[in-house]
Write a protein that binds this ligand. Sequence first.
Ligand SMILES: Cc1cc2nc3c(=O)[nH]c(=O)nc-3n(C[C@H](O)[C@H](O)[C@H](O)COP(=O)(O)OP(=O)(O)OC[C@H]3O[C@@H](n4cnc5c(N)ncnc54)[C@H](O)[C@@H]3O)c2cc1C
Ligand code: SF4
Length: 330
Amino acid sequence: MLRMQPFETHYPTTIDEAVTHLENLQGKAKLCAGGTDLIPNLKHGLHEPQAVVHIGRIKDLVTLEETADAIEIGAGVTLHNIAHHPLVLKYVPGLATAADAVAGPQLRRMGTLGGNLCLDTRCLYYNQTYFWREALGFCLKKDGSVCHVVQGGKKCVAATSNDTATMLLCLDAEVEINDASGPRWIPLPDLYKSDGADNLTLLPTEILTKVRIPKAKKNVARKEGFAKLRHRKSIDYPMLSVGVRIDLKDDKTIESAALIVNALAAKPRAIKLAPFFGKILDDEVINDIAALAQKRCRPLTNICDDPDWRKEMVSVFVKRAIANACGTHR
Ligand SMILES: Cc1cc2nc3c(=O)[nH]c(=O)nc-3n(C[C@H](O)[C@H](O)[C@H](O)COP(=O)(O)OP(=O)(O)OC[C@H]3O[C@@H](n4cnc5c(N)ncnc54)[C@H](O)[C@@H]3O)c2cc1C
Ligand code: SF4
């Protein structure tokens, strides 16, 4: 049986109270929302916090509402509720699909949006027991000084595997961060950096409290789609997580579009689609977008299965995401 090291627990009921705990503990605490990522990681000895601050009792984190120009979702809303909420299904259906593709039903009922966006990066050489990691030799991300994925590498390339980030990045989402000085908003891309050992720009004294997704402009037809490569559709982490958002003008030409491929390295990969703006979204353009994405993505041995095969799959899953967006499932 895997045992956790002892730690103190705190159960704040307000954001201010939670922030105060984090301030007092100055980097020695871990936040716990649904715990579906944190608890296995504690059991594997990947974190050794002095305290765990459970934020599941904070009512202000479980709001989901519509404003004039956006949908705002509290960080504590579960993935199950996001996947089935009428406002999400109406305004951001791609997010509902992505949330519904995370893990399995029990985990989606516990797992939260904030926990998903702040999910620890994953690697075959990291998400293992202490015994396993010690036997192989520890690595840069925890307790060691080498990388087993990139020989001679000086930076960890463990993979982001959070499916809602894939879709929210396509949708130009922003996140609200709270600390002792109060709330501030940042664009979602600014939450991530390319160091797999520590891929969030959040400080240990900060909490992600809300996500804001702007509604589509009135003069465009928005298409959003998600597709995911994984072994078992019922539960597994992504081997590729692909999200696409395409805004079409009346004449069916692309006004703007975004494409994200996730589960590659420490940061979700944005594929720039500006060269396709102004073109009609026909088969030729779809093939060109898929080929461009495949060229730009370099899967590694950080997660399971052959990287060359996963690279081949990039174009397949980009086409599937676009087909899902356009309602022409392939
Ligand atoms: C078998 C299995 C399969 C899984 N498959 C997938 C999958 O396919 N796709 C996927 O995306 N995930 C998957 N997961 C991971 C996980 O279940 C989800 O990502 C879930 O959304 C995590 O949310 P949580 O609330 O449980 O996070 P927690 O475990 O509570 O927290 C995760 C991390 O985020 C931090 N955190 C939590 N909330 C906040 C906040 N508000 N502000 C700042 N930091 C915060 C925590 O400190 C911790 O480091 C899987 C997990 C398991 C066990
Ligand atoms: S990418 Fe390298 S350093 Fe990072 S967890 Fe994997 S083996 Fe460790």
